[in-house]
Design a protein around this ligand. Structure first.
Ligand SMILES: *Cc1c(COP(=O)(O)O)cnc(C)c1O
Length: 244
């Protein structure tokens, strides 16, 4: 087996083990393979091994890579659409919204009401409703994008505005945990727990939406994220190898 196949099998096994330890069904956890910095060939190779969800963090890179991948993928036999879902996981600048709306199937990194408005308008213009997640900076690190989760009221006010936008479908929350040097550092797990608690509050506050997704967990911390309820894990290095 080549290293991609081995890496993928190991990640899938670790997801299944973490789910089992948490008493969860591994089928409720979607693996998004984060292919940033890796070429179209790597995406095609992972797709051939069964991966269907891919994440990119820069629109400039995706503008090149996504069409290249789509041209080489076989279409799904019944839908006749490419059987792949592209997730934007990095910060979206307003001048890139037009490209992002056209290229991506899911935007996990909505971090302001202004961006949400622009994205809804662009989605409307091309006849799409875009599934989104709200990115939250639960750890409050100054270097991070995302809505502040404290105090709660301004965040809830932003959520209310976003839920009123007709061409967005808000399905949950996303976060990037603090990067830590030691595997036993408790801060990532606290961040994941905080995101889950915030999701539970949203369910109580805006009960007409299911708030079904918690996108949290990367190569170094996805098992802790699964223990805290992640439904989407975003994994790059453990699948594709170290980035240059
Ligand atoms: C790069 C990236 C990932 C994947 O990180 P790895 O450590 O390579 O697993 C996940 N989420 C976001 C937002 C990223 O930018």
């Amino acid at each position: 087996m080549d290293s991609l196949a081995k890496n993928l099998q190991s990640v899938q096994q670790r997801i299944a083990d973490a789910a089992a330890r948490a008493g969860r069904n591994p089928n409720e956890i979607t693996l998004v393979a984060v292919s940033k910095t890796f070429p179209a060939e790597s995406v095609l190779a992972a797709h051939a091994l069964g991966v269907r969800h891919f994440g990119e963090n820069r629109v400039e890179e995706a503008v090149e890579k996504i069409p290249l991948v789509l041209r080489q993928l076989p279409n799904h036999p019944t839908t006749e659409l490419p059987n792949i879902t592209w997730h934007l996981v990095g910060h979206l600048q307003s001048r890139k919204v037009k490209d992002a709306a056209a290229l991506f199937d899911f935007v996990q990194s909505v971090d302001s009401v202004a961006l949400a408005r622009r994205l809804s308008d662009r989605a409307a213009a091309i006849g799409k409703t875009m599934p989104i997640l709200l990115e939250v900076n639960v750890s409050g690190e100054a270097s991070k994008y995302g809505f502040a989760s404290a105090p709660r009221e301004p965040f809830f006010a932003a959520v209310r505005e976003i839920l009123a936008l007709p061409h967005l479908d808000a399905q949950g929350l996303m976060t990037v945990a603090p990067i830590v040097a030691q595997a036993d550092d408790a801060r990532p797990r606290s961040a994941f727990r905080a995101l889950r608690e915030l999701r539970d509050e949203l369910r109580a506050r805006f009960p007409d939406r299911p708030w079904q997704h918690l996108s949290m967990g990367m190569t170094d911390d996805f098992q802790a994220a699964i223990a805290e309820g992640a439904t989407i894990v975003r994994i790059g290095r453990a699948i594709f190898g170290e980035r240059k």
